[in-house]
Design a protein around this ligand. Sequence first.
Ligand code: GLV
Ligand code: MN
Ligand code: MN
Length: 419
Amino acid sequence: MTNLKPIVEPIVEIGRLTAELVALAQISEAEPPIVTRIVFSEADLRARAYVKNLALAAGLAIREDAVGNTFLRWAGAEPDLPAVATGSHIDAIPNAGAYDGTVGVLGGLEAIRSLQAAGFRPRRSIELVLFTSEEPTRFGIGCLGSRLMSAVMTPDHATTLRDKEGRSLDELRAEAGFIGDLSSVTMPAGYYHAFVELHIEQGPLLEREGLELGIVTHIAAPASLRILIEGEGGHAGAMLMPDRHDALAAASELILALEAAAKSTGVIDTVATVGVCEVFPGAVNSVPSRVRLETDIRDTDSARRDGVLAKLRSVAKEVAERRGVRISLETVNADPPATSDPAILNALEASIADAGKTSRKMVSRAYHDSLFVARFAPAAMLFIPCRGGVSHRPDEYASPEWITTGVEVLARTLAQLAQ
Ligand code: GLV
Ligand code: MN
Ligand code: MN
């Protein structure tokens, strides 16, 4: 904690930022207020153009990499020093709201503009990053851009990615204007001096406790599995019960077993969800022959999470034998948790004290691009409350006051780290 005079008093223009958040939310594949912005869709490309124009107006230089990660740079007095970065994503899952990711992108831009307005001149460059496809909707895996930046995903693996229509990442990124070798996306260690992501909490704690900010010390470890269950279909009237190998009945056992395994850790940090269940042939009078599940399992402790995965695998083996069905499990990702950088946490705490705001330390149960940036740069996150803890829904909401506080503290932190 510092007793020194703050190095800058940022001038945040919340009216401008609120109008920009509203305008960005209008760029949607669904009828507003529903925000749906799948990566490389026409809406995503229009939203990117909107943000880039705002960045140009603020005098930032634009660079885009081969997968569409976008870097908007305010040059510092010593531009060859590793830069200080902030940023998040603007893609949105189907039926989403206006604040997830966008607060970190447009709020990051406003933080830069608030420092410019205050006459601050950074020594290190300050870079706003817009990450490609933080959401897993199109390619089935989250944080695509930052995964490639951190080399957690290899270019060879990325080349195998396809969307539901069978279109490849390579084809779609080229169509969106992002060309070049995916290996060039990898960021060298030392490229960033520090990275701080501003985001809505997506949980209820800050609002419930009447606190203005969350200092994220850890990000939970996410894992995702695709499960294919193959049984035997047939006529729903004529196929006798003792003869059945119903894929959906088997899937139901797995879903409940996964829920029980997550609960059995006795720890609130373990969560597991089956968010996709596709039934074939999907007719009321036909016994399901095939089911495809997608599961999401997370924990702050990766060993505990892996324990849940192991239980699921053993139940799958037992159910397959007992019911005479085939069950295959494919790991989509099983990422380790991230720990925030202590020096950035100190900078955040000092900025919060300078701004006279209230805060608590917390873990992020949602994943973010910071999970992967932390692999190649010192990183941390700053949370603001969101109403009722609601996120990934059209009624997601963060008040202008909450956003102003987040942007002001982000700006102070960027200034400290860049001076
Ligand atoms: C990110 O959107 C997540 O699912 O945590
Ligand atoms: Mn999200
Ligand atoms: Mn997000």
